[in-house]
Design a binder for this molecule. Structure first.
Ligand SMILES: CC1=[NH+][C@H]2[C@@H](O1)O[C@H](CO)[C@@H](O)[C@@H]2O
Length: 498
């Protein structure tokens, strides 16, 4: 396929300066050079080299960059970037002789590498050696994200997904500069992470799933493997223990957690709102403290997500009592609270983030919590929920929040979506994928593509570049890449597929 133009990239870069008539062609002897003395830069270089070796068949050695201006190959440098790139951005310069990516951090270099991938022919994504001219259009890109939080969520509770599936999804998120993956690790239908001090949570609470299948859970080693793999893709894991509602798996595992001292049966349906931890029992808070402590010890990221949605079996007074005791547990562990926006029903805690999942554009409680310092991650269910059907003929997914075709997923402004919410209170966006109807990576891909790149662009690109007509053409050009990568995407009739 023809080499992409600099302006074809998704998410749309901040500034693109094509150099007419200039093309870089990767020579078979090309090296990847990385910032001397930086193991983080070398790791990004090795990541890029591995991709290139696989599809070009070239050796692509990785070495410390020699002093001075690069004269050949691909250089990943931590000096000389335009000051505007900040913590996650990059500057990409392509001439006839060299490709140079400059950034202030390894994350910036990694994001520049994702852009470079899209500028190379789609065959670069192949798992076998391809014989094409490995060309890159000449010019300069200076790029950096609009929002610091650009997330996706995977519900591993309704249906369990093995580590390999999570890693595959992480690889796909990295393509579009997503930098957070929120793992929904517990719900009514399953508990998916080992807690040593409450071991039945995983062994019994994780033993089934929606539909009655075998379920499963992550050992601590497996969770740490996911965390490390995500970090190697510049993605931070946000673990969620949903409470006080959505807790049947825990309640089924330990009778003492129930107000009546009786453990309910394991649940394999898809109803919501019927369970609650017993907010009046002391043991409940010992339980929560133990769970959060063990989870925090495994989680280098800044957030613990404590859920808080649909606590219909918990009175508002019980809810606020519970949340007002639990939030300090999170902050005392050195983490910040993230929660579904119903946590506005409890006191503020330093640095907390509300995840808005409503289907409306007004929420006075969110606005007042923001006025008190809380930040908001935007996940409106009728825009950002990847488990919503595209349309009435979509075989997978739900439709309670409405149908979400690609244009619907794209045509909204996270910074001006909730009435009276200051733009500065918006930390970013997140695309949740609930798994009541999803069981395989194929299912995940079908629901995520092509809407995830739309949400990724909302999280990264300046609002000034937002334009559906231009975006849908850029999106169509990604199709051949997804086909080569084996991504089972939905061929939306709204998109002119290349
Ligand atoms: C935050 C939230 N709580 C509910 C709601 O979103 O809808 C999801 C399905 O779309 C469902 O799985 C989830 O339990």
């Amino acid at each position: 396929s023809a080499a992409a133009a600099l302006s074809d990239v998704i998410p749309a870069p901040v500034t693109v300066q094509p150099a007419a008539g200039v093309t870089y062609t990767l020579p078979s002897g090309a090296s990847v050079y990385t910032a001397p003395g930086s193991s983080a830069a070398a790791a990004v270089g090795t990541y890029l080299a591995a991709l290139l070796r696989r599809s070009t068949g070239y050796a692509v050695p990785v070495a410390d960059a020699p002093a001075g201006t690069p004269t050949s190959g691909i250089s990943l440098l931590l000096t000389g970037a335009d000051a505007s790139v900040g913590a996650e951005g990059y500057q990409l310069d392509v001439t006839a002789a060299t490709v140079v990516i400059r950034a202030q951090t390894a994350a910036g270099l990694f994001h520049g590498v994702q852009t470079l991938r899209q500028l190379l022919p789609a065959q670069v994504e192949a798992a076998t050696v391809q014989s094409v001219a490995w060309t890159v259009a000449g010019g300069r890109i200076i790029d950096y994200p609009r929002y610091a939080y650009r997330g996706a969520m995977l519900d591993t509770a309704r249906h369990f997904f093995p580590v390999a599936t999570v890693k595959a999804y992480l690889d796909q998120l990295a393509l579009y500069k997503i930098n957070y993956l929120h793992l929904h690790l517990s719900d009514d239908q399953g508990w998916r992470i080992v807690v040593d001090s409450w071991s039945r949570l995983a062994t019994y609470g994780g033993s089934t799933q929606v539909g009655g299948g075998a379920g499963g859970y992550y050992t601590k080693a497996q969770y740490s493997d996911i965390v490390a793999y995500a970090a190697s893709r510049q993605i931070t894991i946000v673990p969620e223990i949903d409470m006080p509602g959505h807790t049947n798996a825990a309640l089924a595992s330990y009778a003492e957690l129930n107000c009546n001292g009786v453990a309910p049966a394991l649940y394999t349906g898809t109803d919501v709102g019927f369970s609650t931890l017993c907010t009046s029992k002391a043991v409940t808070y010992t339980f929560v403290q133990n769970v959060l402590s063990e989870l925090a010890a495994l989680t280098p990221g800044p957030y613990l997500h404590i859920g808080g949605d649909e606590a219909s079996a918990t009175t508002p007074a019980q809810y606020s009592t519970f949340m007002n005791q639990v939030q300090p547990m999170v902050t005392n562990l050195g983490k910040s609270v993230m929660g579904w926006h119903q946590i506005t029903g409890a006191n503020a805690s330093a640095g907390r983030v509300m995840q808005f999942w409503g289907t409306g554009t007004t929420d006075a409680a969110v606005v007042s919590a923001a006025a008190a310092g809380a930040k908001v991650v935007m996940s409106p269910a009728n825009k950002a929920y990847l488990d919503m059907k595209y349309n009435t003929s979509t075989p997978l997914g739900l439709s309670w929040a409405g149908y979400i075709e690609v244009q619907t997923a794209y045509e909204w402004n996270p910074g001006a979506y909730l009435a009276n919410l200051p733009a500065a209170s918006v930390l970013g966006v997140e695309a949740p994928m609930w798994s009541e109807t999803l069981t395989t990576l194929d299912n995940i891909e079908f629901m995520a593509f092509p809407r995830l790149p739309a949400l990724a662009e909302l999280g990264w690109s300046p609002w000034s570049t937002h334009n559906w007509t231009a975006f849908k053409t850029r999106l169509g050009a990604q199709g051949p890449r997804w086909t080569i990568m084996g991504i089972d995407f939905y061929r939306s009739t709204q998109v002119p597929w290349a």
